[in-house]
Structures are given as C-alpha cells and as structure tokens.
Design a binder for this molecule. Structure first.
Ligand SMILES: Cc1cc2nc3c(=O)[nH]c(=O)nc-3n(C[C@H](O)[C@H](O)[C@H](O)COP(=O)(O)OP(=O)(O)OC[C@H]3O[C@@H](n4cnc5c(N)ncnc54)[C@H](O)[C@@H]3O)c2cc1C
Length: 377
C-alpha cells in the first residue's frame, strides 16, 4: 500500500481544490425535496466542469479517471463539505451497468442524461418479501408484443418519486431462483406505475413503494440476456459496495470534529467517559480509512473489489450509529427537542446497517469468502 501521490495526481488534486474553492455550493436546505434540487444544481455544475462521472471512460462522457484520481476526487468533495450529486444511483450503478452490460443503443440513449442529472435513476430490487434474498422476488414481467408487461410491487426505492428510470429486477420465467430474473430499464413516467412515498423515522420521505399494474418495458430496454438479470444485478451491487471507501471515513472524521466542538460547547470536556468514547470513535474511523486504502490498493492491483468493501460497510454503519448515540448522551434532555442536526443523524444512521446490504449479510460474506466457513445454505 503506497499512499504517496504521483506528480500527476498531485496536479489533479490541486486543480480540483482550486475549482472547489471557487465553486463550492452553499449549505444544503433541510427540506428533503429542496435538498434534492440543491444536489441537482450541484450535479449540473460538476457536469459543466467535466467532473460528473469522472471514472467513466472518456468515450462514454466521463473523464477516464484512474481509481486513485476517483479516490482523490471523493476525498476532496468531502473535505469541501460538498453534497453528493442528486443522481447518485444513476452515476454509481445505472451508468456503469449500461456501460459494461448494455447495448450501444442503450449507451447512446441513457448515459448523457445520467451524467448531467437531467434524468434521475432509481433501483427497484427490494420487495416486501425479498430484500437480502433477492432471488425470492415475485414482481413478474411477461412477454408481449414488442416488450414486457410488468406487475408487482417494490419497496424502499430511494428517489423513485423523482426518478425517470428504474433499474428493475423482475421474474421472467418459472425456472428456479437465479436463472429466472431479468434486468430492465423501466420508464417511471407511464400510467401503470404508481409511486407512494414512505415516511422515515427522520420525518423525511427519501424512499417509496412502487406498484406496477401492467406497466410496459420495450424489448430494447432489457439489459443483458433475458434470464441473466441476477448477474447484471450483482454488477450493480458490486459498484455500490466498491463506492464506500476512505472518503466515507473522512466524512466521519469531520463529523467527529463537530462532535468534539459540541462536547466543549456544553462544558463536558472533562467528562472522562465521553472523552473515552470519542477517542474510541476516532481510532475506529482511522482504522476504517486505512482499510479503505487497502481496498483501493486491491482494486488497483487486481481490478476487482475485495472483501474490504464488506468490512468498510460494517464499520461505516457501526461508527455512524455510535456517533449518533454519543451525540444524544452529550445533548441529554436537549436531544428530546429534536435537535435538527444530531437527532436527525442518530435516526438516519439506524438505516446504515440495513441499506446496501445489512451488516449481518456482510458478515456472512466475510465468513464464507474470507474465513472459508461453511455456507449458510
Ligand atoms: C435507507 C434505505 C434505502 C434503501 N434504498 C433502496 C433502493 O433504492 N432500492 C432497493 O431495491 N432497496 C433499497 N433498500 C432496501 C435494502 O436493500 C433492504 O432493506 C436490505 O437489503 C434488507 O432487506 P429487507 O429489508 O427485506 O430485510 P430482510 O432481508 O428481511 O432481513 C431482515 C433481518 O434478517 C437478517 N437476515 C436476512 N437474511 C439473513 C441471513 N442469511 N443471515 C443472517 N441474517 C439475515 C437481516 O440482516 C435483517 O436484520 C433501502 C433500504 C434503506 C434502509
């Protein structure tokens, strides 16, 4: 693991820092919808400056950045406290899947509006009875003239209420389990699609239920082969996991600085129990950051993400939740007044050990693939 930057990487970082200093957006609004608009405007600014989808190949509208440049980019965004772009699912999963598994026509149709944020994407995988076990999903797609008719229900679909396209996994045959799934790009703006927002513990509605009642997907929007949706879907999850890196640890470090300031503001700097918990979090976060670099080194050397992604996912969820709990103890009774920053953090962090694959599932992955323990089933 070599953490020093080459002259070219240093030049890339300095140029980006200078650009960020001049273009950094103002603070994000508290309201969810206004925050999405704020992030959309930010994505457009990034796009206009050539910083949207920087790791995408140049021929597909990206910047062809190396893994190291991507890592530098992520860290500089965090350091500048810039928000994530609005179309994060399109940038991190939808686009890469279309690039690696899609047809030339799909690349020509879908990639540019993902980069600019003109068309938001959502991920329709989870269902009421299929989350960790995606192969159990029951939403069906039946062949009709020129395409497929979709019926069923998805749940927890982030940004579905703002999305134009849904990466949909649906059953296309009676064959057993993995072999009967197909990956579709479904148009959300059609009569057979109903989106119902779900209210979270934070009070926000980031995610939704989607109901499909004879919705239609034309043949040209099937990604990969019919029946190969499991493999295409796994590609998206790999990108999702690979995206969690040292930059997430840096974001937590900044949050820990804020938490230390809160402890001082409330005159609690001499409370040894609080200080010990804060110190343990600083150490855990540094471990996570270094593990992120180890994962990055592996991707650079071998081209594929290793188990570090699962370790980072567990660490990220665990640390975020402990940060929220410590903040609640620092605030004491004041936390009951729904402090807008820390109470929200504590509540939102509960979802971190569920979204993107639960901590239990990540532990299974580590048990089976790293420790070579027997498979669960
Ligand atoms: C904020 C948020 C955003 C999300 N956004 C999206 C989205 O945009 N698109 C989308 O498709 N989904 C999304 N999800 C859904 C998410 O992917 C699922 O919630 C997750 O995969 C878990 O599935 P589940 O909720 O069905 O729980 P289940 O799979 O039913 O799990 C219930 C419990 O059992 C445990 N468990 C299950 N199987 C095992 C096992 N084999 N071994 C040990 N323990 C096990 C789990 O860890 C969990 O604790 C989102 C979720 C959240 C919280």
């Amino acid at each position: 693991m070599d953490l020093s930057l080459t002259p070219a990487e240093l030049e890339f970082r300095d140029e980006l820092r200078e650009w960020l200093a001049a273009n950094r957006p103002g603070p994000e609004p508290g309201d969810t919808e206004a925050a999405i608009d704020h992030r959309l405007a930010w994505q457009r600014t990034l796009f206009d400056a050539g910083y949207s989808g920087i790791a995408w190949p140049r021929e597909h509208g990206g910047r062809g950045a190396t893994q190291m440049e991507q890592a530098i980019f992520n860290e500089e965004m965090v350091r500048a406290r810039a928000p994530a772009p609005a179309n994060i699912i399109g940038l991190v999963m939808g686009g890469p899947v279309v690039i690696t598994r899609g047809s030339d026509e799909q690349r020509a149709r879908f990639l540019a509006p993902i980069l600019s944020g003109e068309e938001i994407w959502c991920q329709g995988f989870s269902e009421p009875n299929a989350g960790s076990d995606l192969a159990a999903l029951t939403t069906s797609a039946v062949q009709a003239e020129g395409g497929w008719v979709v019926n069923g229900q998805k749940v927890w679909t982030s940004f579905a209420h703002r999305a134009r396209w849904c990466m949909l996994l649906a059953k296309t045959g009676d064959d057993q389990r993995h072999r009967n799934l197909t990956f579709f790009i479904l148009d959300m703006k059609q009569p057979g699609v109903e989106v119902r927002p779900l209210r979270q513990a934070t009070g926000d509605s980031e995610f939704n239920e989607i109901f499909f009642d004879n919705a239609f997907v034309p043949d040209e929007n099937v990604v990969g082969a019919v029946g190969d949706g499991w493999n295409v879907g796994i590609t998206t999850l790999m990108f999702e996991r690979a995206g969690l890196s040292a930059a997430s640890a840096l974001a937590i470090q900044l949050k820990l600085d804020d938490l230390a300031a809160l402890i001082r503001d409330r005159g609690l700097q001499d409370d040894r129990s609080l200080s010990r918990r804060l110190a343990a979090l600083v150490i855990a976060t540094e471990t996570m950051r270094l593990n992120g670099y180890r994962g990055l080194t592996r991707i650079i050397e071998h081209g594929v993400p290793g188990p570090e992604g699962s370790i980072a996912k567990i660490q990220w969820a665990d640390i975020n939740q402990r940060v929220g709990e410590l903040a609640m103890d620092v605030l004491g009774g004041a936390a009951l007044l729904a402090d807008p920053v820390w109470t929200r953090w504590m509540l939102r962090a509960r979802a971190n050990s569920i979204e993107g694959g639960t901590s239990e599932i990540q532990r299974n992955i580590l048990a089976e693939r790293v420790l070579n323990l027997p498979r669960m089933r």
